[in-house]
Design a protein around this ligand. Structure first.
Ligand code: CP
Ligand code: NVA
Length: 300
């Protein structure tokens, strides 16, 4: 594994290996066992969109691993003024040991990897959010012990999260059902991938059918970063696509609820469901541990 660009690129074995290392690093951190695997290493973090979790967990993670992280806002970089990605990639490769980038187009991330000579980590694009999904898988395993025979259900927009979760959960052996409005299905590349899994994958616009007997319910915002102008139109299209008590009544009684955050209470998730599922904050914490594992694998 040279980069982390999207879940489609990872094998089941690579995912297991990251999750196992993440568990070990979490144990080390909780027990004050030194784990400075990245002493002297520098991660550049390019942000073209806002972030709370990704920025803070990567920066803290690098520090805990003995390295450092540079926050590079695209407002301040020449990339924001039109310097080509090819040049940025080659220049930053001379200074840094790795780059984490959050941006719009997946192609920009793939181009950084193509033209640069250091590991590139996708910290969210319109297409994918692999760092989040690794933390999600880590949390599912913590709560459920294993992946086999679990039913995973995602409710909402067929966005970067839906794309990455469908691929990650199928690869790990779960049954996956997505409840998305007809015009908001996941990316074609993901649907083509999922086809190979036969009846282990289901896409429907009936959220109750999708959530039936689920072990894990996941949801995300109706309008992602960059889609602010579509907010009203999306609010209409997604009306009823809400994880609330009525929906939870058809899942397994011990179903867990996950959300990548930030959450919009009263839209994709009700206040009651959100506040009665503290695993959402274990999931947020696991961003730190899962990403430390990715950093050690790629920069170590
Ligand atoms: N879930 C997630 O990526 O959060 P941020 O946008 O705060 O980084
Ligand atoms: N789909 C959301 C995820 C945020 C972590 C977005 O792209 O804004």
């Amino acid at each position: 594994m040279k980069h982390l660009l999207k879940m489609l690129d990872l094998s089941k074995e690579e995912i297991f290996s990251i999750l196992n290392l993440a568990d070990q690093l979490k144990f080390n951190q909780k027990h004050n066992i030194p784990h400075k695997h990245l002493e002297g290493k520098t991660l550049g973090m390019i942000f073209q969109k806002a972030s709370t979790r990704t920025r803070v967990s990567f920066e803290t993670g690098m520090y805990q691993l003995g390295g450092q992280a540079l926050f590079l806002s695209s407002n301040d970089l020449q990339i924001g003024r039109g310097e080509p990605v090819q040049d940025t990639a080659r220049v930053l490769s001379r200074y840094l040991d790795g780059i984490m980038i959050r941006t719009f187009a997946q192609k920009e991330v793939e181009d950084l990897a193509k033209y640069g000579s250091i590991p590139i980590i996708n910290g969210l694009t319109d297409f994918a959010h692999p760092c989040q999904v690794l933390a999600d898988l880590m949390t599912i395993r913590e709560y459920k012990g294993a992946f086999d025979s679990l039913r995973f259900c995602y409710i909402g927009d067929g966005n970067n999260m839906a794309n990455s979760l469908a691929v990650g959960c199928l690869k790990m052996g779960m049954k996956v059902s997505l409840g998305c409005p007809k015009d908001y299905a996941p990316d074609k590349q993901v649907l083509d991938f999922a086809k190979e899994y036969g009846d282990k994958f289901e896409l429907t616009d009936d959220i109750f059918a999708a959530a039936k007997d689920a072990d894990v319910i996941y949801t995300d915002v109706w309008a992602s970063m960059g889609q602010e102008k579509e907010r009203e139109q999306r609010a209409k299209a997604f009306k009823g696509y809400c994880v609330d008590d009525k929906l939870m009544a058809v899942t397994k009684p011990d179903a867990m609820v996950l959300h990548c955050l930030p959450a919009h209470r009263g839209e994709e998730i009700s206040e009651e469901v959100f506040e009665s599922h503290p695993e959402i904050f274990d999931e947020a914490e696991n961003r730190l541990h899962a990403q430390k594992a990715v950093l050690v694998k790629l920069l170590g």
